[in-house]
Design a protein around this ligand. Structure first.
Ligand SMILES: [Zn+2]
Length: 266
């Protein structure tokens, strides 16, 4: 685990934070909610077999612990594409309290008291915050989104639409599957190289007929290419597959599971 990461227990709710982010935020774990069965207990996603009211109750409990306004929680729509949306007042509550109207794996905002949530169960969810302009964002990148460079596009959108300063922007990549556990066939590294270029090769290890891809390393490189300072790019160092007692890992559960969220709020 990165030395700036902290494990926080608040009643029954367990989550992680990063000392580099001086705003309310959290990377959640399985623990502290009211869901039962495969989603026990802090499932924060719809469409996982959990009752909608149960998911909303989990948000109420989480936001209570984080001192965030649950009525303003706003969600990404995770379809492994590279669209980024700026959340304005009309979009507040999207996903949790009003039907999803965007197809955006990343959302960004300058609105205060507006928790942004992105979801993970192996994928990389990155929380972004710029203390100079007080702007923030959340970005979901699995390997497809990583190959499409969505994290760099999120930084570009923050700079263009919100005035975010790249040299003060902080990015924290949350718990996610790391290279030792992320075994793939050649399709994954091939797609990475086709879309991003040959520079990704050092982030791919060959092991027999399989490949191991360093998603966090590639995403960190994308952030630096987008203008962030290396010291402002943090990988939590927490692997969801190694730590599957604490986190749902898509691979460990074969997809029968709840989902965690990375949440950030100005
Ligand atoms: Zn692992």
């Amino acid at each position: 685990m990165h030395p700036t990461m902290r494990r926080v227990q608040s009643g029954s709710i367990l989550y992680y934070t990063c000392d580099k982010l001086p705003v309310r935020h959290a990377f959640t774990t399985k623990f502290g909610g009211v869901s039962t069965g495969p989603c026990e207990s802090m499932n924060l996603g719809f469409g996982r077999g959990d009752a909608e009211e149960t998911v909303r109750e989990n948000y109420r409990r989480l936001c209570g612990a984080l001192k965030m306004d649950v009525s303003r929680v706003t969600m990404t729509k995770q379809i492994h594409e590279d669209e980024v949306t700026v959340v304005t007042e009309q979009g507040v509550g999207m996903g949790l309290w009003q039907p999803m109207a965007w197809q955006s794996d990343a959302i960004v905002t300058a609105l205060g008291d507006t928790p942004l949530a992105g979801f993970y169960a192996d994928c990389v969810v990155t929380l972004l915050y710029d203390p100079e302009t007080h702007t923030c964002g959340v970005c979901h990148s699995g390997w497809r989104g990583t190959a499409k460079g969505i994290l760099g596009k999120t930084v570009d959108r923050m700079a263009a639409s919100l005035g975010t300063k790249r040299d003060s922007l902080i990015a924290v990549m949350g718990p996610s599957i790391h290279r030792e556990c992320f075994e793939t066939d050649s399709d994954v590294p091939d797609a990475m190289e086709a879309l991003l270029g040959a520079w990704v090769r050092p982030y791919v290890a060959e092991k027999g007929v399989k490949f191991h891809v360093d998603l966090q390393g590639i995403n960190a490189a994308l952030l630096c290419e987008a203008g962030l300072n290396a010291e402002n790019v943090i990988d939590s160092g927490i692997c969801t597959m190694c730590e599957h007692e604490t986190f749902w890992s898509h691979r460990v559960t074969n997809g029968v599971r709840g989902v965690q969220a990375g949440v950030i709020c100005l």
